[in-house]
Design a protein around this ligand. Structure first.
Ligand SMILES: [Zn+2]
Length: 165
């Protein structure tokens, strides 16, 4: 057997796919995000736990949950800075991403964290952040992101962004 090192042939190509999918019971979250810049979580009707991201049924006691508006401020629980990403986010790198515990929620949401001066201290655990919304929203998770609280006014004054409800 040859000791020649195996080298796989790689062919670069592109795939374009048109598709649609239903957001089902989660639709209200995305509709409120798009139309009213509101961030909705759900509150368990039995144990009272507030889920963000929202759960239609409580993941702990399996009881139906009801929609509740939550705040647009929170605190970073854990984060990292993204340097490698898909084509959808390539123009944004580097950017932060982290689990954010929104004020009033009992669970944390994985979401983008942007900063005008992205250094680790801007996205570190314990940092206070606030939601900024795209003016042109489509009802997607990328319709909003978080910024350090001290940068909020600067971000919402940019032409493509605005503050929340
Ligand atoms: Zn529950």
């Amino acid at each position: 057997m040859s000791k020649e090192r195996f080298q796989a042939l790689e062919i670069r190509d592109r795939i374009a796919i048109n598709y649609k999918y239903s957001l089902g019971g989660q639709s209200k979250f995305f509709i409120e995000l798009k139309n009213n810049k509101r961030i909705l979580g759900t509150k368990c009707t039995k144990c009272g736990k507030i889920w963000m991201p929202p759960r239609i049924n409580c993941s702990e006691c399996y009881t139906p949950a009801e929609w509740v508006e939550i705040k647009q401020t929170g605190v970073i629980m854990v984060s990292t800075i993204v340097w490698y990403t898909t084509s959808a986010f390539i123009k944004a790198i580097p950017y932060g991403v982290g689990f954010i515990k929104i004020d009033g929620a009992d669970t944390a949401l994985l979401q983008g964290i942007f900063s005008e001066n992205l250094v680790p201290s801007k996205v570190k655990k314990g940092k206070r952040v606030k939601a900024v919304f795209l003016k042109e929203r489509e009802g997607k998770m990328t319709d909003f992101f978080f910024v350090p609280e001290e940068e909020y006014e600067s971000w919402i004054n940019k032409p493509e962004y605005e503050g929340g409800s």
